[in-house]
Design a protein around this ligand. Structure first.
Ligand code: HEM
Length: 517
């Protein structure tokens, strides 16, 4: 239909008729009534209205959105303030409850026989990935986890010891190179390369992905970090997160296809994906694209987490010489000079264990609030101080945050202080940690993470002492290079703990005779 210049088409005229001032006002009024009644419901009629917390957070998601998205991961600190003001249970958004009481961990996160779904916000952030980590419903999660679980049992993880030792040798070679070149080395990058290569060898049988490269695959990790910054956007706008993050994992798809087409599957225990392809999972669950997502998740979940904890622990040990000497004395007893550790000989060393627990407490690598939903049971929480019991109705999203639990002064004396002894004085303290989560969705890689941390820390500090500045030390030493506490302390929660924006990580100068490892 042709329209003469300067005249309106019939449909434009029709819209014009509707857009009278009266009609616009009517729409605005209807919308305002809708919003106000929703806010009224949330504040006064919702079953969550009895839970304490700021009215603004209970009235609208915009409050959490502002601190999570606009201020980029700072809601965690607002939630901490809420707990200080309102007590151990608070309503942090219209539909979400946050609890900050370690005694309640087992009830919230449930165990065998307790159904726990994952919160919608977290599922959005994970772009609803078809993986163990991204399974929202309890039953789907259970079946995916049942297939993956055996690969991460203590017994099977122990079989990886030769892989860990191989990676340790490569780490020492890099340290030697930096010693000879008199150039500082970035330990976050070194530890990432180590943890990545262990997981990728176990997942696909691929050897030396990072250590085979001069730059230790730094651009890959850089790209991952840039993506993590978009986490909160994805939580609130799933479709944007989806667009930004869900490029098909082509490289992993190719690797799964290669395994599928390989003639020799052996007994299915060679790698995780040889095993999954031979498992009882339904065929749809074995598609290359789904398994590739699972692989991507394993690499993401199993790399930075352990690496950042190790980097923070290294910083803490180098800045606490007395603790380091105590640890080294224990390691010297357990590991002969010039050798690498044997896991079974070090896994029960009391001081090393206490050091690792203290690192996990002060630096919980996964900082996001761990959201769960109990779909078919009401939960009850009693605030012992006020003698008040609150009902969390079935289907409500609730969460706890490891970084906040770890700072409770009523649980940890001087919580900001790095003091491993606290775990020797009170072994029950370990039960108060949520660093690896708990219940049916506890970290799948916990045994591997522990094995890596024990082996890497023990090997490093058996061989290297802290630089004491005298110039008289004969052996190998490490000295922090332009690294401060701000490089290891959580500043914001971007799903994984994030340090100050301009942090370059933990860097050290290596000194001493070049080793023969
Ligand atoms: C210090 C190291 C680590 C920490 C602190 C850590 C922490 C966590 C936490 C808190 C969760 C629960 C997340 C949630 O509820 O949303 C989790 C889940 C998971 N982690 Fe870890 N993790 C570590 C190392 C690893 C390693 C080495 C792997 C494997 C290679 C791994 C694989 C996974 C997987 C697959 C899940 C999903 C489990 C499920 O939903 O059933 N993690 N981890």
């Amino acid at each position: 239909m042709s329209v003469k210049p300067g005249t309106l088409s019939p449909w434009q005229n029709q819209i014009g008729d509707y857009l009278t001032a009266r009609n616009i006002l009517g729409i605005v009024v209807i919308f305002a009534v809708y919003v106000l009644s929703k806010v009224f419901y949330r504040l006064y009629l919702s079953p969550l209205s009895r839970i304490p917390g700021p009215k603004l957070a209970a009235a609208t998601n915009l409050y959490a959105f502002y601190h999570d998205v606009i201020r980029q991961g700072l809601y965690i600190w607002e939630v901490e303030k809420m707990h200080k003001q309102y007590g151990p249970i608070v309503r942090i958004s219209p539909d979400e409850i946050h609890v900050n009481d370690p005694e309640y961990i087992d009830t919230l996160y449930g165990g065998p026989g307790k159904r726990r779904d994952k919160g919608q916000r977290t599922i959005n952030g994970l772009s609803a990935s078809p993986t163990v980590l991204g399974s929202q419903q309890h039953d789907l999660h259970k079946s995916r986890r049942a297939a993956m679980g055996p690969f991460f049992s203590k017994q099977n993880v122990r079989r990886l010891e030769p892989t860990v030792v191989n990676v340790l040798r490569r780490m020492f070679n890099r340290l030697d190179q930096h010693n000879s070149a008199k150039k500082p080395i970035n330990l976050n990058i070194l530890y990432r390369a180590a943890t990545h290569d262990i997981v990728s060898e176990y997942a696909f049988g691929e050897d030396g992905v990072c250590f085979g490269r001069e730059d230790l695959n730094q651009p890959y990790f850089q790209a991952y970090h840039e993506m993590v910054v978009t986490w909160h956007i994805g939580c609130y706008f799933p479709w944007i997160g989806h667009l930004m993050r869900r490029l098909p994992p082509w490289t992993s798809i190719k690797k799964i296809d290669q395994i599928k087409s390989s003639a020799d599957f052996g007994d299915g225990t060679r790698t995780i994906f040889h095993g999954l392809l031979q498992s009882d999972l339904p065929e749809a669950e074995k598609s290359s694209s789904r398994l590739a997502e699972e692989a991507q998740n394993l690499l993401a979940a199993g790399t930075d987490s352990t690496a950042n904890t190790l980097a923070a622990l290294t910083y803490q040990l180098l800045t606490h010489p007395q603790i380091l000497q105590k640890l080294r004395a224990e390691l010297q007893e357990a590991i002969p000079e010039g050798s690498l550790p044997i896991f079974s000989k070090i896994e029960n060393l009391p001081y090393l264990s206490a050091v690792i627990q203290e690192g996990l407490r002060l630096h919980p690598a996964v900082s996001t609030r761990q959201e769960r939903v109990a779909p078919d049971e009401d939960l009850f929480y009693t605030d012992e101080k006020n003698k008040k019991t609150y009902r969390i109705p079935a289907g409500t999203c609730f969460a706890m945050s490891p970084a906040l639990l770890s700072r409770l002064p009523e649980v940890y004396l001087s919580p900001g202080e790095f003091r491993p002894e606290r775990f020797l004085e009170d072994p029950k303290l370990k039960r108060h940690q949520l660093t690896f989560s708990r219940g049916t969705r506890i970290c799948l890689g916990i045994n591997l993470a522990y094995q890596e941390m024990y082996m890497i820390l023990a090997a490093l500090f058996r061989a290297y002492d802290g630089w004491d500045g005298t110039g008289k030390q004969k052996g190998l030493t490490l000295e922090l290079f332009e690294t401060t506490r701000g490089d290891i302390e959580i500043a914001r929660d971007l799903v994984t703990e994030n340090m100050k924006a301009d942090s370059q990580g933990v860097r050290v100068t290596v000194r001493g005779p070049v080793s023969e490892n």
